[in-house]
Write a protein of this length. Structure first.
Lengths: 490, 447
């Protein structure tokens, strides 16, 4: 089942007419715009009616799989349920229909929402101040590392240009360091999958700007030595940055600020239930300890305690500047604010507890059949590898992932973290029921049996999806990145 | 409210299966010193009716554009968002999905992004477009980095007529990259051509302009592109996509990379975010592009399908050698743009652009004929223009607000030499009656 491209639908001259007649005196376009700046050929856009467009995109949506479709245990991505009241909030006219340059006295509700969200996030993470400006997690990392670099430079320590990351880190961590013009030093994880303190101590030096850690890490394991790690990092004069992607595991249980982290980004689209949107928009607010606050991007959203009004503070001479236009993904922040107000502090703690219960429960159901390279109590996610005999049968993690689709599930994250060969990274989240976990474990065990008895079944999977496995090699070698009318390709 | 669905009984049985005595037991790896000793200090949880009421109250504390006629632009535009766009965005198969890593069950997102890329190429006259970046500002910064990588040069020339917040963002992105950012001054609201010629040389990686520029003025973009090309620098154009219904496609006048803010294509203003950064380029630059790319391919049965492609540029594969660190982008905003452009089509987009053009010129004529008000610049413009006032713009705006009008931007905020000048914008949504009230309000002396 495939759907034509929108360009292949419609008919010449067809359009959806939303626009009224012009109610002001009309002048010739040529009179208003110099001829050399006027468009000669109209852009080749589709010519379709509204009904055709509605059907086209509705049919496309039916080819997709979302959290509302079914279980989506994509490790490191926290695919929890997206509450519908969040969508209501973001669409309220006072939030959606608001221009960023309206005067502050016209937007007090929006500024208040941002200010309160900053405070809540600071309380949740144990940080002192927050910026909501970054548009995504990686954007938050970028903001955080720039601030750390600016802090060192401000103290005259301009030689600190190295960032240490463990080999289990998210790819964005080293990529961010490079984007900031810094060098990356990767350290090997210890035998238990967590940071090897000796390796860390050996890597730390006078040129170290920061150490970036995810805690719990990408294996779903809590860094038990976190206090010793923080101590070593700080003694070396470096700062400790927290990739907050896994914050869902410790909400209300433990705070990165108390663990010794100096800065953190959160992914509102993971921990705080805002939808992933098929790849965005998210939001990546950054929290810092007070000594880093002068370096936050401008403007800061602040409260004037005397008047009780909020304002945008542009007077920040040490600020790293702006990382984007305006103030951040406000629509996403409004959803996260709604979520925090719905749950309160106790509710957030309940999130972490159930996320960890669900992950450990699921682990207990598949352990034994699937191998667990670092097997101990996990936090909100765990990493497994294919059952014994799979490799000999020529079967890989991808085959398990594809076969899971036939059972109606979205596969876990595959081939990450890189330190585990053939990794399957499973994060069930707190919003799934025990019954769902039982059924999913059942499917995994069934696939283990199928793999032994009929490996070809897995190699040919998926069988019931709109398309079968796609030729990704040709796609990359001879890229076709846009539609062109017949005869004009290439 | 709670979204956890395990019952107490479930939890007890699950803990038993895990072999944990209590929930506490599951967190034993966390050292006692860093365990929270008291509950988080947050407001009490709210039931949905209470929460909805609270949110409505917060929303009502803002003056929204359903109730006020907005003449503010400056990078965020009150274009009409057809009902069909939001109705389709609420299909939760779209909005509750992740990045389409598993193409067999993500063809909806992948095909929509492929269509979006095709639409952006058609608008800009370019050969390839990515799946989106955060916003126009960060897209411009990424374009500067791309140009430095391609040319192996370490200097960019950025026109002072580019949105001030975009220039701030470019400087932030380039701060530690050893790239020199030179700003070319403006004269009469456009990039000074002579100064620009003097600044571009064999060290220049890119020349970056905005068309129409921050003042709403149209740059002599083809000439600037020619100057860049003479020295082997890339020509980067930051374009308003709606304007491309009537303005020449940058690809036709020599742009190598076209970026811009796509919010106006079917996305709400939302107080300035989420935005939609778009980026398009020539084919030869594709492997330097940041962000996701969707490509067409086929399955083993020969059925057409779409996948994320050329991923060897990206952070999850290349780590510190990636072209950018971007992961999450603005996919749902790109979907909105695809739906919007699909509905409007060839004729509809031209019509929106023409309405903006006509209304802005009607407003300009009315306002500049007022006593004490003059046009700030002589250059041609599209939907935005600046005027010099005798009164303080803030005072004028306060007066307009009483008449349910949100006036323009005080240019002095970003350009001190233009204090007393106001930047105004007319989209297709502004009616003749609103424009006439705006003019009357600007002309009316304080009572």
């Amino acid at each position: 089942m495939t759907e034509p491209l929108i360009f292949e639908l419609g008919a010449p001259g067809r359009t959806s007419s939303f626009m009224p007649e012009c109610d002001v005196p009309v002048r010739e376009t040529e009179e208003l715009i110099p001829g050399n700046l006027l468009r000669k050929k109209p852009p080749r856009l589709p010519e379709a009616g509204e009904q055709e467009v509605a059907r086209h995109f509705t049919r496309l949506s039916s080819l997709n799989y979302g959290v509302d479709t079914g279980f989506y245990p994509l490790g490191s991505c926290t695919m929890k349920y997206n509450p519908k009241v969040n969508e209501y909030a973001a669409r309220l006219p006072g939030f959606a229909r608001l221009h960023p340059y309206q005067a502050e006295d016209q937007v007090q509700g929006a500024l208040r929402l941002m200010y309160e969200t900053q405070r809540y996030l600071a309380e949740i993470t144990g940080m002192d101040e927050f910026t909501l400006q970054p548009a995504a997690g990686a954007h938050g990392e970028f903001t955080g590392l720039l601030m750390i670099k600016a802090y060192h430079d401000h103290r005259g320590e301009t030689g600190r240009r190295r960032v240490i990351v463990p080999d289990s880190s998210h790819g964005t961590n080293p990529a961010t360091a490079a984007l900031c013009g810094m060098e990356v030093r990767q350290i090997e994880s210890g035998p238990d999958g967590t940071v090897d303190l000796d390796a860390l101590r050996a890597a730390l030096g006078p040129d170290t700007a920061a150490v970036m850690l995810t805690n719990p890490n990408t294996l779903g394991l809590f860094e038990r030595d976190i206090l010793a790690i923080a101590g070593a990092v700080h003694r070396a004069g470096a700062l400790l940055y927290c990739d907050g992607a896994n914050m869902n595991a410790v909400l209300g249980i433990s705070r990165p600020g108390d663990m010794g982290f100096d800065a953190i980004h959160l992914n509102l689209h993971k921990t705080f239930s805002t939808p992933h949107g098929g790849g965005g928009p998210g939001a990546g607010p950054v929290g810092v300890k007070s000594f880093l606050a002068p370096f936050l991007p401008f403007p800061a959203v602040r409260l004037d305690p005397d008047s009780g009004t909020c304002f945008l503070d542009y007077n920040r001479p040490l600020s790293i500047g702006k990382v984007r236009s305006f103030y951040g993904n406000f629509g996403v922040v409004a959803r996260a604010y709604t979520y925090i107000r719905a749950l309160g502090g106790e509710g957030l703690r309940e999130v972490a507890e159930n996320a960890v219960i669900n992950a450990n429960y699921l682990l207990s159901l598949v352990r034994g059949t699937y191998r667990i390279p670092f097997d101990r109590r996990c936090m909100h996610e765990f990493v497994a590898v294919p059952p014994a005999g799979f490799r000999e049968g020529g079967l890989h993690t991808a085959d398990i992932a594809k076969r899971l689709m036939d059972y109606g599930y979205h596969p876990p994250t595959v081939y990450f973290p890189l330190i585990v060969e053939e990794a399957l990274m499973v994060e069930p989240t707190e919003t799934e029921s025990r019954a769902t976990l039982d059924a999913f474990a059942g499917a995994l065990l069934e696939i283990a049996r199928e793999g032994r008895e009929n490996p070809q079944l897995l190699k040919d999977a998926p069988h019931g999806t709109p398309v079968a496995r796609l030729d990704e090699v040709t796609a990359a070698r001879r890229p076709v990145l846009r539609w062109q009318p017949e005869g004009e390709e290439g | 409210m709670r979204y956890v669905i395990n019952t107490g009984e479930d939890r007890r049985e699950m803990l038993a299966r895990i072999g944990a005595g209590s929930v506490e037991d599951l967190f034993r790896d966390i050292p006692a010193e860093v365990r929270l000793k008291q509950p988080l200090n947050l407001p009490h949880p709210m039931a949905e009716p209470e929460l909805a009421r609270h949110l409505r109250e917060m929303s009502a504390a803002n003056r929204n554009l359903d109730e006020y006629a907005c003449f503010l632009g400056a990078g965020a535009y009150d274009h009409y968002v057809p009902q069909i766009v939001d109705q389709l965005l609420l299909r939760s198969e779209f909005y509750t999905a992740y990045t389409p890593y598993q193409p067999e069950i993500s063809q909806g997102t992948l095909q929509a992004v492929f269509e979006y890329q095709s639409l952006i190429c058609a608008l800009t006259g370019m050969e390839a477009a990515n799946a989106s970046l955060y916003d126009g500002a960060s897209a411009l910064a990424e374009a500067a980095l791309m140009a430095c990588g391609e040319t192996k040069r370490d200097r960019v020339v950025l026109s002072e007529t580019v949105h001030p917040e975009y220039r701030e963002t470019v400087r932030t992105y380039l701060r530690y990259r050893g790239v020199e950012v030179t700003e070319c001054p403006e004269t009469g609201g456009v990039t000074d051509p002579e100064r620009l010629m003097g600044m571009v040389d064999g060290r220049t990686a890119a020349v970056l302009i905005q068309q129409p520029n921050f003042f709403g003025c149209l740059e002599q973009a083809p000439e600037i592109g020619e100057a860049a090309r003479r020295h082997g620098a890339l020509f980067v154009v930051c374009a308003d996509p709606v304007s491309l219904g009537v303005l020449e496609a940058p690809g036709e006048y020599g742009a190598d990379i076209v970026v811009g803010e796509g919010q106006g294509l079917g996305n709400q203003l939302s107080f300035g975010g989420p935005c939609l950064g778009f980026m398009a380029c020539r084919q030869k630059l594709v492997r330097r592009m940041p962000g996701r790319l969707v490509g067409q391919t086929a399955d083993k049965h020969g059925r057409r399908g779409f996948v994320l492609t050329i991923q060897a540029r990206e952070q999850h594969i290349r780590r510190e050698k990636a072209t950018s660190n971007i992961c999450s982008n603005e996919a749902l905003c790109a979907l909105a743009a695809a739906i919007y452009l699909s509905c409007l089509g060839k004729e509809g987009l031209r019509r929106v652009a023409d309405l903006c053009l006509q209304k802005a010129h009607y407003a300009h004529g009315l306002i500049t004929s007022l006593e004490g008000v003059s046009s700030s610049f002589k250059a041609p413009f599209f939907k935005e223009f600046a005027v010099r006032l005798e009164e303080d713009p803030a005072g004028v705006n306060r007066r307009l607000l009483k008449d349910k009008i949100i006036g323009g931007l005080d240019l002095g905020r970003f350009y001190p030499r233009y204090s007393g000048h106001m930047l105004l914008c007319c989209t297709e949504l502004r009616t003749r009656e609103e424009i006439e009230r705006l003019a009357a309000g600007i002309g009316g002396k304080p009572s």
